[in-house]
Design a protein around this ligand. Structure first.
Ligand code: 5GP
Length: 137
């Protein structure tokens, strides 16, 4: 499989090292239970264990990606499309998509120390169900 990093001049592969012991890797291996919202061949969506809003779902690729930029640079086209289609389905299931009459939501993807990323497996937070206030607390 040729990744986007191989196809786009100027984008170099990221020097990320993936830690197979992280909690989401353990969830993907079935070692830790989760409250699944949706699952596909490439993507898993599940409820956050400590929700920050009435709806708080995490979407993760099943591949070994550490951050958003890692996934965006090195994920296959199939993985990238599947991930984002799953995210759209989650927004629909939660009833938060503005285009379908929902009141809206926020996506967050923490990456690295300055963002206080807790789990080193790429995940997209989808938060909704209340007014989420300013962009950063
Ligand atoms: P981060 O700070 O890395 O962006 O967010 C990690 C998120 O993972 C946090 O919101 C935290 O509550 C959630 N989390 C950590 N451990 C678990 C777990 O074992 N199960 C679930 N469902 N969520 C978890």
């Amino acid at each position: 499989m040729i990744s986007a990093a191989d196809q786009v001049p100027g984008i170099m592969p990221m020097p990320y090292a993936y830690d197979d012991t992280n909690i989401f890797a353990r969830i993907l291996r079935g070692e830790i239970p989760n409250k699944t919202v949706l699952e596909t061949d490439h993507t898993l969506a599940f409820h956050d264990i400590r929700p920050h809003a009435p709806s708080h779902v995490l979407i993760i690729p099943k591949g070994r990606y550490v951050t958003f930029d890692h996934f965006a640079a090195e994920g296959s086209a199939e993985e990238l499309v599947d991930f984002h289609r799953t995210a759209a389905q989650v927004c629909a299931l939660l009833g938060v998509a503005p285009g379908a009459g929902g009141a809206g939501y926020r996506t967050i993807a923490n990456a690295g120390p300055d963002s206080n990323q807790e789990v080193p497996h790429y995940h997209l937070h989808i938060l909704g169900g209340r007014n989420l206030g300013p962009l950063l607390a």
